[in-house]
Design a protein around this ligand. Structure first.
Ligand SMILES: Nc1ncnc2c1ncn2[C@@H]1O[C@H](COP(=O)(O)OP(=O)(O)O)[C@@H](O)[C@H]1O
Ligand SMILES: [Mg+2]
Length: 288
């Protein structure tokens, strides 16, 4: 029996398996994420990070186990989740203004249930302005979104994901394709959002370093398995070597960045223990 005084985890996977195209992306995953925490989802390309986000959204079927969000089966609480999908960019010729993109989040244009605040237009407009201020996008929110920079577009998309005041924010590689200064700025914004709004934030990241100091924990997806814990516990030579089942080395640079060396690509998991995984010393550095 769950103790009614103990709040449900924000996210709980129990022996969860997702199978796509006839093979397990990951299987028998147990994971619990506490409300109000700021967590990064890490792992090589193709390991199933986006699939994990989609499982939390309840949009991929489970081959086994269960996924619960705030104590309810995933997919039941869509209105409580803000979601920024992976790789969304706007055509330079796109005339839609930033503020309109943010407003689409309210209208449920892209994701979620009909809004609780459908009624009063003034309330909605005030809320749109509020989140635009929150992400620092007021100066360019009235410009066509195709004309603003990648970092500015990401801020507007984060505002869109926040506009319905979600309890859970899921950001799939929001730092992807940004240059280093913008990565740092958007990472700082997301860390601030997590700290000031007190909501649960899950960010899929290629590089943990821009967000490392603000994180409560990491969820590491590799080889069809998932481990979670503090960055110091998970991003270690020992833990990653055990997770990958092959020697991995975690180096820490003099400025405190972590670099994972010897990380095979995700296909080696499917190719078996003698697959063709290649080594990549750059996957976590994010530096050219
Ligand atoms: N709809 C699908 N059908 C079949 N395979 C899929 C589908 N979506 C994703 N996959 C596969 O699932 C694996 C995990 O994908 P994904 O979650 O996108 O990885 P990541 O986000 O970590 O790069 C990949 O091997 C991918 O090719
Ligand atoms: Mg992905």
């Amino acid at each position: 029996m769950p103790d009614p005084a103990t709040p449900s985890p924000a996210i709980q996977l129990t022996d969860a398996t997702v199978r796509l195209g006839g093979r397990d992306v990951w299987s028998h995953v147990d994971l619990s994420i506490e409300p109000g925490t700021f967590m990064a989802v890490l792992g090589p390309n193709g390991s199933g990070k986006s699939t994990l986000i989609k499982a939390v959204l309840g949009v991929v079927p489970l081959a086994g186990g269960r996924v619960d969000v705030f104590g309810r089966p995933a997919g039941d609480g869509g209105g409580d989740i803000g979601y920024l999908p992976q790789r969304r960019s706007f055509d330079p010729g796109m005339r839609v203004r930033g503020i309109d993109v943010v407003r689409m989040g309210i209208d449920g244009h892209r994701w979620g249930l009909p809004l609780p605040w459908g009624a009063a237009r003034r309330t909605r407009d005030a809320r749109v302005d509020e989140v635009i201020d929150l992400v620092g996008a007021a100066a360019y929110a009235h410009r066509p979104i195709g004309e603003v920079s990648g970092g500015e577009q990401q801020r507007l998309l984060i505002a869109q994901a926040l506009v319905r005041a979600p309890r859970l924010l899921l950001l799939d590689e929001p730092l992807d394709s940004l240059d280093l200064p913008n990565q740092g700025a958007v990472a700082g914004l997301i860390a601030d959002i997590s700290a000031t709004l007190g909501i649960t934030v899950l960010i899929v990241a290629h590089d943990v370093n821009p967000i490392a100091s603000a994180l409560d924990g990491v969820v590491y997806v590799a080889q069809g398995r998932v481990v979670s814990g503090t960055p110091d516990d998970v991003i270690t030579t020992e833990t990653l070597t055990a997770l990958y089942g092959t020697p991995i080395e975690v180096l820490t640079t003099s400025d405190g960045r972590r670099v994972v060396v010897g990380q095979p690509d995700a296909s080696s998991h499917h190719a078996g223990p003698h697959g063709h995984g290649h080594s990549d010393a750059h996957d976590h550095s994010g530096h050219p």
